[in-house]
Design a protein around this ligand. Structure first.
Ligand SMILES: [Mg+2]
Length: 190
């Protein structure tokens, strides 16, 4: 039995990317989508844009803490209806490439492309074409991990972003996976 070919596609900074798409001026400044209000001390960061990353702001961090790291941080309340609409559009792109799509969350899907004719040896090009289609048709970017199982495919989509493909093969997985902390593996907690 030969290996399966599994892709995991993850939308990059999804909520923040949708907000920046609709209000391009937000792209240029450090910006985060937040849940709750800073005033009540429970507001947290849901997603942040690229301009925020260099300040070390983390997802799930308190807004007040994030603003200490990044005083100019612009906060935006979430628009969940929009995120579901974009999620639907992106999945519509995926199902054009393969009917074997499994949703994991609003911004993540696995695809089993094993049965696509002549996919063997063309996995990376396939993943790149998927990224191009998503970017061209929705303005959003994805990172894609390609491997022979779902866990490594998901891990791969996390290794290089935004808008990148990472191959985790039987030849390179020891170098790519073994140095990572166990908590990076799917469903392995702290
Ligand atoms: Mg994501």
């Amino acid at each position: 039995m030969s290996d399966r070919i599994i892709l995991h596609a993850d939308l990059n900074a999804f909520y923040a990317s949708v907000e920046c798409l609709l209000r391009p001026e937000l792209k240029e400044v450090p910006m985060a989508v937040v849940a709750g209000l800073e005033e009540n001390r429970h507001g947290v960061i849901l997603a942040k844009n690229e301009a925020t990353k260099k300040y070390g702001v983390k997802t799930a961090e308190l807004i007040s803490q994030a603003k200490r790291k990044c005083p100019g941080l612009q906060t935006v309340l979430p628009h969940h209806d929009l995120y579901w609409e974009y999620s639907r559009q992106v999945k519509a792109v995926y199902v054009r490439f393969t009917n074997q799509v499994e949703s994991f969350s609003i911004d993540e899907c696995w695809m089993d492309v094993t049965d696509i004719p002549s996919i063997q040896g063309n996995e990376e090009r396939f993943a790149d074409a998927l990224r191009d289609a998503v970017r061209f048709e929705t303005g959003l970017t994805i990172s894609v991990g390609v491997s022979w199982n779902k866990v490594f495919a998901k891990l791969g989509s996390d290794l290089k972003k935004p808008d990148a493909t990472t191959m985790i093969t039987r030849d390179n997985f020891k170098g790519k996976v073994w140095p990572l902390p166990a908590s990076d593996l799917l469903l392995v907690g702290q």
